[in-house]
Write a protein that binds this ligand. Structure first.
Ligand code: ZN
Length: 183
């Protein structure tokens, strides 16, 4: 869901395109526009952007596919296809990502970008997932319990950027620290 990603990025104030277009007339070296967040591709790490606005909670997860699959190429063997299908099914559930504490939220949409469209020339692939949640009594939310670390043990570090009614925050989660405190 590119639109939501763009909105989230704008709100969070960082650039969606981390790569500038090459000036070919200048004979400069060719850049690979479109491989956004290219520099952020580190196995074991992922990013989570989160914006809370009224009853809406918008979340964008970006991660090397390695963290969830153990490989980043198109699934080939029966076992790889199984692992891949299993991951896609897992991410249809909000609970795979997180559990909301203190209030009731439901996922209005969970969208996974075309996974292998993001593969770069070195064979690295990111997965992008956008969540749109609607919450009853959002002011009662006390925390977000991130469940990813329990399910995917290759994930070691989650860099979080949040825009909450109380302000903007950046922090890091890891298998020992999995809760985002809110309010
Ligand atoms: Zn990779």
């Amino acid at each position: 869901m590119r639109l939501m990603h763009s909105i989230l990025s704008m709100i969070l104030g960082f650039s969606l395109m981390s790569v500038t277009y090459a000036d070919k007339a200048d004979g400069g070296h060719e850049q690979h526009a479109g491989h956004r967040h290219h520099d952020a591709h580190v196995h074991g790490m992922a990013t989570l952007d989160l914006v809370m606005d009224g009853e809406a909670l918008m979340i964008h997860l970006q991660s090397p596919l390695m963290n969830f699959l153990g490989f980043e190429h198109q699934p080939e063997t029966a076992q790889q296809k199984h692992i891949y299908r299993d991951m896609l099914q897992q991410f249809e559930l909000l609970e795979t990502l997180l559990t909301v504490e203190g209030a009731s939220c439901h996922a209005e949409s969970i969208e996974i970008d075309d996974v292998f469209a993001n593969q770069n020339e070195a064979g690295h692939t990111d997965i992008d997932i956008s969540y749109f949640l609607r919450c009853e009594q959002p002011d009662k939310i006390t925390g977000l319990q991130i469940n990813l670390f329990d399910i995917y043990n290759r994930l070691e570090l989650l860099q979080v950027q949040m825009v909450l009614p109380s302000g903007q925050q950046q922090l890091e989660l890891n298998p020992q620290r999995t809760t985002l405190r809110i309010n």
